[in-house]
Structure formats: C-alpha cells, structure tokens
Design a protein around this ligand. Structure first.
Ligand code: FES
Length: 88
C-alpha cells in the first residue's frame, strides 16, 4: 500500500491493484468528479502531481496534451506515495 495525500487528507491505495487511482480514492470517499465515468474524455478527474510516481501516461492522456505535472486520475495508478491536488 502507498499513501496518497490529496487536498489535505491521506488515503491508502494498493499500488498493485488494476483499479485506477480515481476508483481507489473515490471508494474511500474522495470527492472526484468523473463526468465521463473514467473514459478519459472529460478531464474533470484531473490532478496536479506535486510529488511521487505514477504509471506511464496512457495513449488517451498523451492525446490530451495535459500541462506539465497534470494527469487524469482515471487513467493512472500510483507507484509510490503521492502528494496531489484535484484541479476541479
Ligand atoms: S473521469 Fe473523465 S477523464 Fe477521468
């Protein structure tokens, strides 16, 4: 398990799980808007990564041309402890 610090709260997520970071955080009560349900289209689940490592960007994320440090939490999984902020 790794610790994810999100908007002032800590969550424990399983870095070996196939579930996205968004799914794991939402299942613990984090209020992440997922307008497209995790399809990688709406960007409402976007996060700013202040520290830590995530899985490689998916093709969907590459196509989005996100600003430096921004990721879609529905498209990635944690590899290490993370310090992140929600953008929306
Ligand atoms: S939930 Fe829509 S892009 Fe992640």
């Amino acid at each position: 398990m790794v610790t994810v610090h999100l908007n002032g709260k800590d969550y424990e997520v399983d870095e070996t799980s196939d579930e996205s970071l968004m799914e794991q955080l939402k299942s613990q009560g984090a209020e992440i808007v997922a307008a497209c349900g995790g399809a990688g289209i709406c960007q409402t689940c976007a996060i700013n990564v202040k520290s830590g490592e995530l899985t490689e960007k998916t093709e969907t994320e590459e196509m989005m041309d996100l600003p430096e440090g921004h990721r879609l939490s529905c498209q990635c999984r944690a590899k290490t402890d993370l310090d992140i902020d929600l953008i929306y």
